[in-house]
Design a protein around this ligand. Structure first.
Ligand SMILES: *Cc1c(COP(=O)(O)O)cnc(C)c1O
Length: 370
């Protein structure tokens, strides 16, 4: 066990154990396993939190991306612009719809560079898929303007940004659909896999509901009709119940994450070998899903921290477009490649003790002064 583990599912469970155990028992006693009241309650919680009309619970954030692109009509021959500097699911979702991912360069804030993205638009471009990476929202003013100018569908990958805001508006509420993940390590984590689509568009909501449950819908007489081909991708009712318990803590956890980020900023600001992530400002309310720094001698730093019993994460040692499976597309994104070589995530979750955070800061400093 690390002195500072990168994630700590056990402590997160222990913190809410009495409430969670009671809720889980209650769900089993009711026998409510598939698409029951807890899913509906969760969907309402999420829609209210985001300020959107509809939220549809799914089994993962990946399916949220796949389904919303499909519901938006993305198909073979279409191009969808997104970034290389993301989690692979963003790109997979485009591929699974038969479309071509067109990967844009990231900027200093690790997010899509909107000018470089606009330069990639062709006659085939149908959609643009911004990723609000690390809990910071892309410049949605610029993005929406260019989407409107070029008549593009906007699907947001908000898997890392539940509660993050741009100019006061929440991630996942700007586009035709916002995609969320409740994977355990996410800011609101289930005790297993879970995801959701958020939208104001009735047609989008209806299609995603069909896709998650074999295209089935009850008609006006209450009989089940099959409207489309679909999948098994429902949000598990038990996970929904667990997420409902956790939802009541979300606001507090967001504040806690922002406080911890502030401690990292203060502690590391004078380390010249490190570039800190962009800070929350007038336009950005960041929720710090991850605290990602750019570090000189990154791999050695990671090793040193491991020896010091601090667990860190280097997600992609090479940029995604350099992976063999994507190499054929021939993307050249020097800054994304540079990022892949330099970024490392420090532990950040609400249950971290102050002493642990200070320990991480001191270890990082020690590495560069030893
Ligand atoms: C976690 C994540 C996903 C996928 O979510 P799953 O629930 O794991 O399928 C997609 N995009 C980003 C940016 C993510 O971080």
């Amino acid at each position: 066990m690390f002195r500072v583990p990168f994630v700590n599912y056990k402590i997160q469970y222990q913190e809410l154990k009495p409430e969670l155990d009671k809720k889980i028992q209650d769900v089993f006693d009711r026998g409510d396993l598939i698409l029951r009241q807890d899913v509906e309650e969760f969907e309402k919680n999420l829609a209210d939190f985001l300020g959107v009309e509809y939220a549809i619970g799914l089994n993962s954030g990946t399916d949220a991306l796949i389904f919303s692109l499909k519901a938006a009509g993305i198909k073979e021959g279409d191009e969808v612009i997104t970034v290389s500097h993301t989690f692979f699911a963003t790109i997979e979702a485009i591929i699974h719809n038969g479309a071509k991912p067109v990967l844009a360069e990231a900027g200093e804030d690790y997010l899509m560079d909107m000018d470089k993205a606009e330069a990639l638009i062709t006659k085939r471009t149908k959609a643009i898929l911004p990723v609000h990476l690390n809990g910071r929202v892309c410049d949605m003013e610029k993005l929406l303007a260019l989407a409107q100018k070029h008549n593009l569908v906007v699907i947001e990958d908000a898997a890392q940004a539940l509660g993050a805001k741009f100019k006061g508006k929440k991630a996942g509420s700007f586009g035709l659909a916002g995609c969320f993940s409740f994977y355990p390590a996410k800011i609101l984590g289930a005790l297993g896999d879970a995801g959701a689509v958020a939208t104001d568009n009735e047609e989008m909501a209806k299609k995603v509901r069909l896709f998650r449950n074999h295209g089935q819908m009850k008609n006006s007489e209450g009989r089940v009709e099959i409207i489309s081909y679909g999948w098994t991708s429902r949000l598990d009712n038990l996970q929904a119940a667990i997420l409902n318990v956790k939802f009541s803590r979300l606001q507090k956890w967001i504040e806690k994450r922002r406080e911890i980020a502030e401690l990292y900023y203060q502690g590391l600001v004078r380390v010249p070998e490190i570039k800190l992530p962009p800070k929350s400002d007038e336009d950005h309310f960041d929720i710090y899903q991850n605290f990602v720094i750019r570090a000189q001698k990154r791999d050695a730093l990671s090793e040193f921290l491991k020896e010091k019993s601090v667990e860190t994460l280097i997600k992609d040692p090479v940029a995604l477009h350099q992976q063999p499976i994507l190499k054929n597309f021939g993307f050249k994104l020097p800054f994304s490649e540079e990022l892949a070589k330099a970024v490392i995530s420090l532990p950040l979750y609400p249950q971290l003790a102050r002493e642990q955070i200070e320990y991480v800061i001191n270890c990082v400093k020690e590495f560069y002064t030893k």
